[in-house]
Each structure stands twice: as C-alpha cells, then as structure tokens.
Design a protein around this ligand. Structure first.
Ligand code: NAP
Ligand code: GCO
Length: 271
C-alpha cells in the first residue's frame, strides 16, 4: 500500500502538550506542531511565564492554551492534564521538554542541586508521561517525545546531575516503548546538540575583553556543522516523530546535533 507522504506528517485534529513551552526549544516545538495542524497546550512553571508564553504564541499567530504547574508536582500535573483534556480533548502528543541544568564541579555541587536537576529532568518526565498515558491507551494511539541531550550519551565536567538525568531519560524512553508499544504508543527522544537558547547563554557569553566564552570555540570545534544549533533545527524532527510517518519508530533517540556524536573532533588547524 503506497503511503501518502504528504498527509503522513499532518497533525490536524491532534492535541499536543509541550512542557516548558513558553519560550526556547519548547516554544519552537509548540510552534512547529501547530503549523503541522495540532492544537497546542503548553506548560510553564508559573502564571507569569504562561503570560509571556501566550504573548509569544499570539505574536506567532498561534491560539495556544497555557497551563502553569511545577511538573515535579504529581497532583498538579494530574490536574493540569485533566483540565487540558476537558478544554482541548485527550492529549495525543506529549513533548517532555521542560528542564533545568546546574553547572558546578561535582565536589562543589550540593546533593540538593543534583537531586533537584534529576527531579525536574527525569522524575518529572515520568510523572507527566504517566499522567497522559491512560488517555493514549484509551485511544490506542499516542506519541511521547522526550527531549534528551548530548549528555544522554556523553559526560562532561560540571553537569553531573544533568548528565545523570538525561542518561536516565534515554532509558525511560526505551522503557515506555517496551511497556506501551503494544498499545500503539510510540515513545522516542530528540537529542539536541548545542542550541542557542537562554539555557546555553552562559556558554556563549561575551567576556570582559569582548571575546566569547571559551566554550563557544570548543563547541564549534566539536560540531562538524561548525555552528550552534537553532531551535528551528529541531522543528522538523519533532513533527516527524509526532506524525504517522514515524508510527513504526519506537524507543529511538533522534540526535539533532550537527554531527557532534559522529566525530571526536579533527586535528587542530583542520577546517
Ligand atoms: P530553557 O530556555 O531554560 O527552558 C526550559 C523550560 O523548562 C522553561 O520554559 C521552564 O519554564 C521549564 N521548566 C523548568 N523547570 C520547570 C518545572 N519545574 N516545571 C515546569 N516547567 C519547568 O531551556 P531550553 O534550552 O529551551 O531547553 C529545553 C529542553 O531542551 C531542556 O530539557 C534542555 O535540557 C533540553 N536541551 C537543551 C539544549 C540546548 O542546547 N539549549 C540541548 C539539549 C537539550 P519557565 O518558562 O516557567 O521558566
Ligand atoms: C552544557 C549544555 C548542554 C546542553 C545540551 C547539549 O552545559 O553542556 O547546557 O548540556 O544544554 O544538553 O545537548
């Protein structure tokens, strides 16, 4: 049977929830899913951020609905999902995007820091997925996309909690695949490379002497594309994984990284 490739990417009639969707990567993914036809519900950690996010969607001509809750709060998440279901319908697509990072040498990192990052970047993704799965099971269809990271595969100095969480998120993705694939629910991950957002601003910041943070040159040297990624680079891959075109893809982490994971870098001086 020939696949109608034009309609395979159409998300018309679908309800998508994007956590952390007020700005940054989450906003870009909500925008993309909306452009593919989905109705957008986005989450943010506060009403203030929801208000900012609503303006961002409005400026983009998108009629999104915003819901404030701390995604580590299981009761609040259940209430948010219930409200979205009543106002928009059963959630068909979940993008588990919200996340934080703490950058400190491990010996200086309080255990509370480590725990909070794991709580938000891993445990909360479990909480939100667990809240939306019953609705997906009732429809015998659903898409969960977990936003992973280079740190789902690699470590680096100062990000112990973040790497532990994102590594765990890769395995949670595979576990949801294993446990719910028979209910026609596909759970995959997107692993962005280094993307120019608020979260990575400190790694690109101008120094007192006018040069950029040394990390900027480091990342450009490690990225075969020789550039930082943009949030737009993540839009097509997300629509793809949220669509019927990816119905037989499950438990996969799609790295959108300009080639970082494929290369351990070139000799100094090589372009
Ligand atoms: P960002 O600009 O810092 O945005 C993070 C979002 O998460 C914010 O919207 C924030 O909500 C939300 N959030 C944080 N804690 C929350 C909580 N407890 N409850 C609800 N929402 C919460 O980061 P970003 O660069 O867009 O990154 C988004 C995702 O991509 C994160 O999971 C990050 O780890 C991942 N990622 C980023 C990169 C990169 O290079 N930027 C690369 C790979 C993966 P508020 O708006 O309310 O603050
Ligand atoms: C860092 C960065 C990275 C990116 C991203 C890379 O401090 O190394 O913040 O962790 O956010 O996760 O994929």
């Amino acid at each position: 049977m020939r696949v109608d490739v034009t309609s395979a990417f159409d998300l018309t009639g679908k309800v998508a929830l994007v956590t952390g969707g007020a700005h940054g990567i989450g906003f870009a993914l909500g925008e993309a899913l909306s452009l593919a036809g989905a109705k957008i519900a986005f989450n943010a950690s506060s009403e203030r951020s929801v208000t900012k996010g609503l303006k961002n969607y409005q400026d983009a001509g998108i009629a999104a609905l915003g819901y404030a809750c701390d995604i580590t709060d299981e009761v609040a998440v259940a209430e948010m999902v219930d409200t979205i279901t009543k106002e928009l319908g059963t959630i068909d697509i979940l993008v588990n995007n919200a996340g934080i990072i703490s950058r400190l040498p491990m010996l200086e990192m309080p255990a509370a820091d480590f725990k909070r990052v794991v709580d938000v970047d891993l445990s909360a993704q479990f909480i939100v997925a667990k809240a939306v799965l019953p609705g997906m099971m009732a429809k015998n269809a659903g898409k969960i996309i977990n936003i992973c990271s280079m740190m789902s595969e690699l470590g680096r100095e100062t990000v112990a909690g973040y790497a532990a969480a994102k590594g765990g998120l890769k395995m949670l993705t595979k576990n949801i695949c294993a446990e719910f694939g028979s209910a026609n629910i596909q759970c995959n991950g997107i692993g962005p490379g280094y993307i120019a957002t608020q979260q990575t601003e400190p790694l690109r910041a101008r120094q007192k002497d006018g040069t950029r943070h040394p990390f900027d040159a480091f990342i450009l040297s490690k990225t075969p594309a020789r550039r930082w990624g943009t949030t737009e680079d993540l839009q097509g891959p997300t629509v793809f994984l949220a669509s019927a075109a990816a119905d037989f893809i499950n438990g996969h982490i799609l790295y959108v990284d300009g080639g970082i994971l494929a290369s351990f870098g070139n000799m100094p001086g090589y372009k």
